[in-house]
Every structure is written in C-alpha cells, then in structure tokens.
Design a protein around this ligand. Sequence first.
Ligand code: AMP
Ligand code: MN
Ligand code: MN
Length: 352
Amino acid sequence: MTGTAGGQLATAVGSGPEEADWAAAEALIRGLSPDARVLLICHVNPDGDALGSMLGFGLGLRRLGVRRLQATFPGPPEVPEPFRGLPGLELLVPAGAADPAPDLVICFDAASESRLGELADRLSSAGAALVLDHHASNTGFGRVNLVDPAAAATSVVAEHLLARLGVGLDAAIAECLYVALTTDTGSFRFEATTPAVHQLAARLLGTGIRPGDISRRVFDTRPFGAVRLFGEVLGRARLEPAAADRRGLVWTYATLDDLARHDQRPYVLEALIDSVRCTAEADVSCVVKQTAPGEWAVSMRSKGAVDVSRVAVALGGGGHRFAAGFTGRGTVEQVVEGIRGQLDAALIRPGD
Ligand code: AMP
Ligand code: MN
Ligand code: MN
C-alpha cells in the first residue's frame, strides 16, 4: 500500500473481484457439460480454510450435477485429524490419482502456484483454471481469479460464488464453510471478523450445524502425547524484547525427534502458534517446525506492529499481514536469524 492519507486507505486496499470476474467464474461452471471432469486443489499442508472451502464448494458442485469431480492437495494424502469429520471427504483423492488434464481446475486458498506443489502443472493442462482466494499477495495465476483480500477466508468467496450459482446452503456445505471461517478468523477473534462474517456465520448455523461439536473437534481436541509435547516445546520458548524496534519477538521450535519421542504427527504442531502468540511482551511470534533434516516450516504472527507477510515474502514464503509463513533452511538459529534480519524493514509505519 502506498497511500499516505488515511482517507485513501479504503480504496488502496485491493477491492476484490469485479463483477466481470464473478460473471466469468459463474460462466465457467454453468458451461460445464454433464460429463465434464472437474479437479479441485487446495494448498499444500492444508488448513481448515483450504479443506473447508474446497470440500464445501465441491459439495455445491455435486448439487449442480457435476459427477466427475475430484478434490486433492499436494504432498502426502493425509488429512489432519481435526478435519477428519468434514463432510465431502469422499471427494478426496491422493495427488498421484488426480486427473492429469481435467476440463476445469479450481484452486482454493493458495496465493501462488508454488503452494500447489506437484499439482501446479494442472494450471496449464486443464481446459480452464479458476482461482478462489483471499491472500493480498495472490499472483493471479488462474485464467479467472476471484481473489478478495478483504475476505476473512476463502470460504467467504466460495459461498458467494455458490450463491450466484443458485446453490443454497445445506448442513454439509455449511459445516465445511463454517470450519473454514472459524479457523481463519481464529474463532471470530481476528480483525477480519466483520459484520458480514457474522452474518455468514448466522446463515451457516441456520442450517442446523452444531458449533460446539465442530469447535471441539477442530480446536479443542488433541492426543495426550501432543499435550506433553506442547509442554516441552513451550518450555523452551525464547523472548527477545529488543527485537522489532522493541516490540518484541517470541519464538520456539519443534524437531522431528520431538514428534517421534511423543509419537505425534506433524499437524499437531499447527496449534502451537496460538499458545506462543499469547505472549504479552512480544508483538511478533514464531514457531519453527522441522519438516526434514535442515528444513523447517515457519509460522509467524503479529499483533499489529509488524507486517509478517513482508518478512515471509523476503524469505521466500507468503501469507497475510498478521499471519504468514515460509520454508526455512539450515539450523533453527539460522532460520530465526533470518527472521530477525527482516523485522525492522517490516515494521508498519503510519500510512502503510
Ligand atoms: P500458518 O502459519 O501455516 O498457519 O500460515 C499462515 C499464513 O501464511 C497462511 O495464510 C499461509 O497461506 C501462509 N504461508 C504459510 N507457509 C507458507 C509458505 N511456505 N509459503 C507461502 N505462504 C505460506
Ligand atoms: Mn490456508
Ligand atoms: Mn485462508
């Protein structure tokens, strides 16, 4: 954003898809023949928004009569336990079984082709490519792009397109979209939680889905081994009050050995950042999660003083202003040093 006057900000922020984009997306789907093959892809290491928006939209396509439909994501075909109750899981196929040249590919919650891993080639092999997303950094890699940076989740975009297609909400679609909405808004705690978000939540709940059951499954259930693992990993957290122009940095890390010792799968670490980011003395929080020898998945959050997406982009990743990530290489200390080196340049200044 380059605007200097506060009054310019509203227009400087990406204003989302134009009517022509919505119409083009609608036409792509309405134009599908009854035996058209449609492939849905969400980003690698899928979260609630990736899976929820993809499966919810997929169930909507089913209702429209699309029969030859696959949903997939790159990497190992393992759905994290918190999402194993999602409706629509029967649409999932392993990446290796995904149609090599579908008539239409639709991508969910991925800011760039690189987030599609080994499935990125479908963007050129498919008859058409549609992108649904809400990352401001989205590169517009589809032929039709519905990217709304103001949307709290990709599921907001998905629901709008379903409504335009005349697909009403049922409980199965609603549960998928609700999981997506609650995960990306931190259960309606983050700044993106607008009146429109609560209105969408109200429509979703109106289908009769059970928010208590869903939240317990998605947010409030983890194996005892993960509870003990969290204790260990939180116990080694470090606070650096002078970092980021004295706004403070807090960070910790988890290795593959930590996971093995507690007999845990990597996805359990996704919730760790929510405990670390509580630290009152730090604006920026960070969890460095080993994925292979010398390779780390890094999660960063900010309370508002630092644009962590700038840090992530500088280090080869991406994300949102206050929630971003990247793949780090080397030792933990080298990865954290890389972050430290970017914090000052990512401080948000008045007018940013
Ligand atoms: P996470 O910390 O994994 O919950 O991710 C927070 C945000 O950063 C999400 O919006 C992701 O899309 C983005 N993100 C995380 N890891 C990466 C990566 N390696 N490359 C690009 N974006 C990422
Ligand atoms: Mn996501
Ligand atoms: Mn998202």
